[in-house]
Design a protein around this ligand. Structure first.
Ligand SMILES: [Zn+2]
Length: 147
């Protein structure tokens, strides 16, 4: 089982949860994480940075290139964007803080289950649909919004 890895961003206001697909990479492949607040002043042209709705995952490309063979790509061809989009170093959820927010939102709805089970099921259904719609509209990479 690949473990997720929680990384505070450079301004320490937020935490991203990173997942390493197929356990090829590990935390040594992560250089920095920037949240929308601390990514404002960084260079957008940098090849080792993956941008996702203001969040930035900066990879250690030396570590990434060393593992390129295990990911089925050559070390000349591998890019930070590719690594993210293929899931070798990516958010655990759709967004960097998805797990935490999802748990909070779900906990709120689950209170309903004690008083009104039907309303609870309806709310859970609507919540799932709205979440996807919201992520699509916001244009997260995992929703295909970066194309
Ligand atoms: Zn930050």
């Amino acid at each position: 089982m690949c473990q997720s890895y929680r990384v505070p961003c450079t301004c320490d206001q937020n935490i991203a949860e990173i997942f390493f697909g197929k356990c090829v990479l590990n935390e040594t492949a992560i250089e920095e994480v920037y949240c929308p607040q601390c990514s404002r002043n960084i260079d957008t042209e940098c090849d080792s940075r993956v941008w996702d709705n203001g969040w930035v995952l900066e990879l250690n490309m030396d570590a990434v290139r060393q593992s390129a063979g295990s990911m089925g790509i050559s070390s000349q061809e591998v890019t930070a964007d590719w690594v993210f989009d293929e899931g070798y170093a990516t958010w655990v959820g759709i967004t960097p803080d998805d797990t935490e927010r999802r748990n909070q939102e779900r906990a709120k709805i689950q209170k309903l289950a004690k008083t009104d089970v039907r309303a609870y099921y309806e709310a859970m259904k609507a919540w799932g649909l709205n979440r996807e719609k919201r992520f699509s509209e916001q244009g997260w990479r995992k929703m295909g919004g970066h194309m």
